[in-house]
Design a protein around this ligand. Structure first.
Ligand SMILES: [Zn+2]
Length: 137
């Protein structure tokens, strides 16, 4: 076995049964880096402590043997991230189309709905919860 094969083998042994790097850990690394840069810019000792704590937590997650719990955390993180990206995308679409459509929320289920501008006062039925209400377009 060559030197590098031995290193790879011992890394495999070290990481066996452990969580390893997942998407949440990567996000934490970037968060920690951002906090560290911010702490250096502001000269804030507290922020650099927080960034250290973020790195400590990241290492804990990567080497954790409780992979079930860590994977559940990662899934929650991905769900939340996905929802935020969808919300941001929809907000951009609403902003870009604001001249053609009036956007408003359903008063009962809060779903986003739209009417063409200048449609006048019309009765709207929500596609999600079938609640009917009058809305000015
Ligand atoms: Zn509704």
């Amino acid at each position: 076995m060559t030197f590098w094969e031995r290193i790879k083998q011992s890394l495999r042994n070290l990481m066996a049964g452990r969580q390893g790097v997942d998407q949440l850990s990567l996000a934490l690394v970037w968060t920690g880096l951002g906090l560290y840069v911010l702490s250096a810019l502001l000269g804030s000792g507290l922020l650099s402590l927080v960034s250290m704590a973020v790195y400590g937590y990241t290492l804990f997650r990567v080497f954790s043997r409780n992979t079930e719990k860590r994977s559940a955390e990662n899934r929650r993180y991905l769900t939340r991230k996905n929802r935020m990206q969808t919300n941001a995308k929809q907000a951009r679409t609403r902003f870009n189309n604001r001249k053609q459509y009036k956007y408003f929320r359903c008063p009962s289920c809060k779903a986003w709905l739209k009417l063409p501008r200048g449609a006048g006062v019309v009765t709207v039925t929500c596609g999600r919860c079938h609640n009917s209400f009058t809305q000015k377009g």
